[in-house]
Ligand binder design. Structure first.
Ligand code: NAD
Length: 483
């Protein structure tokens, strides 16, 4: 069965450059992580293809920037409607190429479409200011102009949402884009590009370059002075490399990088609610989320109760291919990801952590790993300092609020943290003290297209979503005037 038949929509396998679908000189395979079999062959874009895409975007810039905001909004609104109508097909496509359960994939399809709706609404609200200079001598006008051609680089864990979270605001602001999706999951990006063309996006405004060699292709685009914006979502390691390259042309850079989220449960928390929140924060997307709870700090007075209830829920999760309706946990994206997770668990138990449930690769084809809970994890276990990116929950017990906050902050990452307490004063005090860009207070999920998503420290620069996400694709111009 072809990937288009499997998903139930047309899934292109060529690149979209300047409104033309091009096959490219070579191809690379996309693998189904549940079967380890190839799903499709996708165009392997070269440096020349990438520079053609930048040229097409640059040629489309004046027209798109001058398009009335209402018209841009209506194209995005149409994209929202098309994606909502095809949510099930997009869910199947993501499940096939990423491995995630259909339940997670359906959630992502809806979430991804919401970025088109939100930015359709924001496109008409790019406001400036007018004020009188303090001296009284003149007026100060500010306006936000489209920044120019934007290079968007996305990871494999949310193949649709990470793309729409960038394309939505870029198009709303008047910027054409070149999207370079992750090589593990390029098909969703290509299907999205087809959908955007159908929604009325003019030729050259959205270009997609797929490649199995991201390093030279991305470097060439960042060395091209026509690129004025880089929006990257991926690992901190690659983000640092790209920031260095962007610096050569002083390209404005938004970075959504890795996380190491603490999940703190205080003794006054509603424990059943904390367990529900933990399950979402840890197991949504099989733990392959930058927002995934990575370390559970649980007050010793409630730790036995929390661990027992959390372990029961983890044990009961149905593991299987993402496309099976009953599946709650699909495979990891590839063998390297599974080997990393298995290595971290072995290291933790080797250092004395107690294995409560899981800890094994199921005996079947596909990159599966059991839902795993570790208790009494010692401070020197590698997984407390590493982004696990898999279905593994390490629990550390604490007895003092100050210790919990100090341990939570003892990381170079700062994307999100979670706090469970029924004492609002404590909740807000701890939320203020945590060094993260976002906090879930009695919630295991923070992502929302209307909210500014992003991290501090080595988790990133800038924000996506909300109004802030739109401003990332604009430059502020100041005009001093007399009248
Ligand atoms: P990755 O950094 O390996 O890859 C991300 C993207 O960069 C891909 O498109 C890849 O092809 C490209 N890339 C890889 N090496 C490159 C290079 N040398 N030069 C140019 N481009 C290169 O990350 P990943 O494994 O795809 O995704 C997982 C990471 O993404 C995790 O660290 C996760 O936390 C992070 N992430 C962050 C957010 C966020 O919003 N903060 C969201 C999702 C994922």
């Amino acid at each position: 069965m072809s990937i288009s038949e499997l998903a139930g929509i047309d899934v292109p396998t060529g690149m979209l450059i300047g409104g033309e679908w091009t096959k490219g000189a070579a191809t690379f395979p996309v693998i189904d992580p549940a079967t380890e079999e190839p799903l499709a062959e996708v165009a392997d874009g070269t440096v020349a293809d990438a520079l053609d895409a930048v040229g097409a975007a640059q040629a489309a810039l004046p027209g798109w920037a001058a398009t009335p905001p209402r018209q841009r909004a209506e194209v995005l609104r149409k994209a929202f409607e098309l994606m909502t109508a095809r949510a099930e097909q997009f869910a199947r496509l993501m499940s096939a190429e990423n491995g995630k359960s259909l339940r997670d994939a359906r959630g992502e399809a809806a979430y991804a479409a919401e970025f088109f709706r939100w930015y359709a609404e924001e496109a008409v609200r790019v406001e400036g200011t007018l004020l009188r200079a303090p001296s009284g001598a003149n007026r100060i006008i500010t306006l936000h102009q489209p920044i120019g051609v934007a290079l968007l680089i996305t990871p494999w864990n949310f193949p649709a949402a990470m793309a729409t979270r960038k394309i939505g605001p870029a198009l709303a602001a008047g910027c054409p884009v070149v999207l370079k999706p992750a090589e593990d999951t390029p098909l969703t990006a290509l299907a999205l590009a087809g959908l955007l063309s159908e929604a009325g996006v003019p030729d050259g405004v959205v270009n997609v370059v797929t490649t199995a060699s991201p390093a030279p292709v991305v470097s060439a685009m960042l060395a091209d002075p026509r690129v004025r914006k880089l929006s990257f979502t991926g690992s901190t390691e690659v983000g640092k490399v790209l920031l260095g390259q962007a610096a050569q042309q002083v390209i404005s850079s938004s970075m959504e990088l890795g996380g190491n989220a603490p999940f703190i449960v205080f003794e006054d928390a509603d424990i059943p609610a904390a367990v529900e929140g933990a399950l979402i924060a840890k197991m949504r997307n099989g733990g392959e989320a930058c927002t995934a709870a990575n370390r559970f700090y649980v007050h010793q007075a409630v730790a036995d109760e929390f661990v027992a209830a959390f372990a029961a829920r983890m044990r009961a999760l149905v593991v299987g291919p993402g496309l099976d309706e009953a599946t709650e946990l699909g495979p990891l994206v590839n063998e390297a990801a599974r080997a990393k997770v298995a290595g971290l668990v072995d290291d933790a138990t080797g250092h004395g952590a107690a294995l409560v449930t899981g800890g094994r690769k199921p005996d079947r084809r596909g990159y599966f790993y059991e839902p795993t809970l570790l208790d009494a994890v010692p401070a020197d276990a590698g997984l407390l300092g590493t982004e696990i990116f898999g279905p593994v929950a390490p629990v550390v017990r604490f007895s003092d609020e100050a210790d919990a906050v100090r341990w939570a902050n003892a990381t170079e990452f700062g994307l999100v943290s979670y706090v469970y307490t029924d004492d609002l004063r404590r909740g807000l005090r701890v939320a203020e003290a945590l060094e993260t860009g976002m906090v879930g207070l009695n919630r295991g999920l923070v992502s929302d297209p209307a909210a500014p998503f992003g991290g501090v420290k080595q988790s990133g620069l800038g924000r996506e979503g909300g109004h802030d996400g739109l401003l990332e694709y604009t430059e502020t111009k100041y005009i001093a005037t007399d009248w």
